[in-house]
Structures are given as structure tokens and as C-alpha cells.
Design a protein around this ligand. Sequence first.
Ligand code: PXL
Length: 270
Amino acid sequence: MNGKRILTIQDLSCVGQCSLTVALPVLSHYGVEAAILPTAVLSNHTMFKSWSYLDLTNEIPEIYKKWKENDIRFSAFLLGYLGKESIMELCRQAFDEFSENGAPVIIDPAFGDNGKLYGGFDEKYVAAMGKLLQRADIILPNLTEACYLLGEEYKTQYDGAYIEDIAKKLYAATGATAIITGVEQRGLIGELIYDGKAFEYVLSEKVPKFSHGTGDIFAAAFAAHYLNGSTLAKACDAAGRLVADCLKATADWHGYGVQFEDVLYSQLKK
Ligand code: PXL
């Protein structure tokens, strides 16, 4: 154990491997204590044809009251799917009131993929997320989210100049180190990291499969490796490889999430 306690803020989808049901096991597996702030409870994630949604905005101030009384602090924050803009102000409050010195804020904007917004999100949510990202140290948008945030055209075929320009604009808009996920170059897939000084690509084999929740696995594994002392590039590499292994292990019929359990279990046995 590294003694780090991360607060991860995202929804709790009862069924469908995503958000907290992914972040908790992955963070724990890599030795990071995971505290959670569920933003909402859903019957299942929004890629199913229907879902119930209990917004927890009203409960969060009660939770904060008790955290204050108990002098609770976090050594890092990892944000994913928040669901409602009302949660964003509460996230800022958490950074202000419950941070240990130097606690990094890592935010995956988690509002879209494949050129589209997830169900229930609109341009207002995107704009509010853009403001929240200004409080981040590291942001983990995929290309869809990056394009929505910047009002840029989303392309499926692109060159290095296009993606590097997007990374530069993300950095200029947020001041955070931008890690664009799911970047494809020369038949490989991975991340482009831009810290305001230099570009770094972390690419590996592309598994020709799509599944929901891969971004959530990536974000949790990235955060854990980063908190364990890996460089940004090493943390991306380890998280990307985990996602690839999980995709390979996922049966074709298992459309609603990634079967990551066998992969984590086999890592334990090594
Ligand atoms: O994996 C992202 C995600 C998280 N949470 C909910 C979702 C999705 C993607 O669709 O619906 C509720």
C-alpha cells in the first residue's frame, strides 16, 4: 500500500461495468485506497435502452458536513461521469475543503464517445465541464470530448498536426496537462500527452473491438499508477495495456461493459 487515498467522484450504475463499479476494484487492485462520492444511482448505465436515475446532489452537503467533522482529507481526486451540472460546484468545494497538500485533480470529462454525447447531456453540460476542467491538473478526454469542449470538428481520420493542435488548445483552455485518449496513429492506439511544453505519444496495439467503460478502466488504472509514482507516460502505457487485455478477454456478446475481472485476477496469480 502506498498510503494514498483517492476520492473518486462519479455515478454508481448498479448494472453495466462502468464508473464506480470499475474504479473501485481497479484502484484497490493497484494498491490505492478508494473513497467514493456517488453523484447518482442508476439502475444501469445509459447505453441500455432505459434507466432510472436518482440524483444525489442533495445528499452531498450532508456527506461533506460529516467529512469536516471527522477531519477527512484526500491525497488525490479522480472525477468521471458526474451526470448533472449541479455536482460540479460540489466538486470544486471538495477540492477546496478536503485536499491534502498538493493533491492532484484528475478529471475524465466522461460525457461522450464516437463523435456523440451520451444520453442526457447537452451543450450546457459540456460548457460547465469546460469550466470545471480549469481546476484540474490532468484531464483525460477522448477525442469526442475534446472536440465538443473546443467546438472543433470531430474527425475519424486525422494526422499528427490535427491532434496536436487539439491538445494545445485544451491546454490553453484549461491549464491542465492534457492526455487525449483513444488517439490512433499508424494503426496503433493510445494517448497524446501535452504538458504545455512537449508532445508525447504512448501507443500500442489496437484491439479491434469497442466496449463501454474502457475510458473508466483507463482513468482508474492511470490514476493508480500515477499515484504509485509512475511518470505520465508510464501510467498511460500501463493503463492502455490493461484496457487492451480487458477488451481481448471480453466476449463478443458482452456488449454493455468490459470483462476486466479475469484480467485483474490473472495479474494477482503472477
Ligand atoms: O463509461 C461512462 C459512463 C459512466 N456512467 C454512465 C454512463 C456511461 C456511458 O455511457 O452511461 C451512467
